[in-house]
Design a protein around this ligand. Structure first.
Ligand SMILES: [Zn+2]
Length: 128
């Protein structure tokens, strides 16, 4: 099963377990939680979270999935789209920039992303 499909299934299973639990106790005003029940749900959700992180990389500030970042870098030929600086070095200061900023409802999609060097990104940030 692909990781995304499996993560989705695990999250669904966690939600289903919580729903069943709340239905079982719907009539009760107060309930005693069994640690083992809570732990089982948490473990299911944690496994799903780890699989999503493994798939997309850890979330970044703009939540640009790692695969999408790599696609933007590749399409730009590993050059800054502002000043054409070569950013192909392993440790180059690469910034994936939203052309229309997120703050102005720009979307995280290939056609709204560009590769910038640090100075161009700073310049753009100041202009926006
Ligand atoms: Zn630049």
């Amino acid at each position: 099963m692909p990781p995304a499909r499996r993560a989705e299934e695990l999250v669904t299973r966690g939600i289903t377990a919580l729903k069943q639990w709340s239905e079982r106790h719907a009539a009760a005003d107060r309930v005693t939680l069994r640690v083992s029940e809570v732990r089982a749900v948490l473990e299911t959700l944690e496994v799903a979270r780890q699989e999503v992180v493994a798939l997309n990389g850890p979330p970044t500030r703009d939540h640009i999935p790692a695969a999408l970042r790599r696609q933007v870098e590749r399409l730009a030929g590993y050059r800054c789209e502002g000043c054409a600086t070569d950013l192909s070095a392993e440790d180059a200061d690469r910034h994936i920039d939203h052309i229309i900023p997120v703050a102005r409802f720009g979307v995280t999609r290939l056609d709204n992303l560009q590769l910038l060097c640090g100075p161009c990104n700073l310049r753009k940030g100041a202009a926006v």
